[in-house]
Design a protein around this ligand. Structure first.
Ligand code: NAD
Length: 256
């Protein structure tokens, strides 16, 4: 019996960063639907209302366990302790989905160092910290699955987003390198690159920028969190066990 078929017989333990809101909240719920206990790691605890509201309750209503880990993916020491606490409670980490992210848009000649570092620190270093913390756990188990949320803007570059485009391109490089490093341990590592998705992160976007982005989308509408969440859930499941080092766009044709 292979490692993957062994693992499919038991409840999987998933860690979802940015799991209090938007895409991460949807991923947390879909993984619970698919039989995972879910640890929700976020700067903000999921509230009882709003788009991410009630995430722990909705996970429990699927008959699954939930763990909330409030903290900052920029803090590698804290991330390590959060993973340790998950391992202590549930005995392991089978799935990591890195959704935590921010943007601080500005053209480069007006971008200050803080805007650059804020985005690199959360969107790229945060992914590094989380992958680094779970890698020894997955290697020891001989099984695992990591999905990193990048962006089509990390593949094509976007005006006003040198920081975000660089971070999200970095996530793709990290994903491919880590896929090579963890393949022998039967750990898959993939990236999902969404286009414009309807989430709270878009609230700071101007109407003009939003309309320009929507006009690029072949399917004529922004994506829904479920559009991305279902791809992530697929990559975390047995049907995707032969996919690794891949970057999958979920963008309604926005990139082409
Ligand atoms: P969101 O703002 O709804 O969710 C992001 C979550 O990350 C929030 O709950 C936030 O509290 C958390 N977070 C932010 N900084 C953190 C930190 N330092 N430590 C821990 N948690 C932190 O945004 P979303 O649209 O759901 O974005 C999820 C991911 O998808 C991000 O990586 C984003 O870059 C990416 N993405 C989004 C879109 C889009 O159009 N919405 C498009 C492409 C990629």
């Amino acid at each position: 019996m292979t490692g993957s078929s062994r693992r499919s017989l038991v409840t999987r333990r998933a860690l979802v960063t940015g799991g209090s809101s938007g895409i991460g909240a949807c991923v947390a719920e879909l993984l619970a639907r698919d039989g995972c206990d879910v640890a929700v790691l976020d700067l903000e605890l999921p509230g009882s209302d709003g788009p991410g509201g009630g995430v722990p309750g909705r996970i429990r209503s699927q008959g699954r366990e939930v763990l909330t880990l409030q903290g900052d993916v920029r803090d590698s020491v804290w991330v390590r302790s959060a993973v340790d606490s998950m391992v202590e409670k549930w005995g392991g980490v089978d799935i990591l989905v890195n959704c935590a992210g921010i943007f601080r848009d500005q053209v480069i000649w007006k971008m200050d160092d803080q805007q650059w570092h804020d985005v690199i620190d959360v969107d790229l270093s945060g992914v590094f910290h989380c992958c680094k913390a779970v890698a020894p756990v997955m290697r020891a188990a001989g099984w695992g699955c990591i999905v990193n949320i990048s962006s089509i803007n990390g593949m094509r570059g976007k005006f006003g987003q040198t920081n975000y485009s660089a971070a999200k391109a970095g996530v793709i490089g990290l994903t491919k390198a880590l896929a090579r490093e963890l393949a022998r341990s039967d750990v898959t590592v993939n990236a999902v690159a969404p286009g414009l998705i309807e989430t709270p992160i878009l609230e700071s976007m101007t109407e003009v920028a939003r309309e320009a982005a929507v006009s690029e989308i072949l399917l004529g509408r922004p994506g829904r969190v479920e559009d991305v969440g279902e791809m992530v859930a697929f990559l975390c499941g047995d049907r995707a066990r032969f996919i690794t080092g891949e970057v999958i766009r979920v963008d309604g044709g926005q990139y082409i």
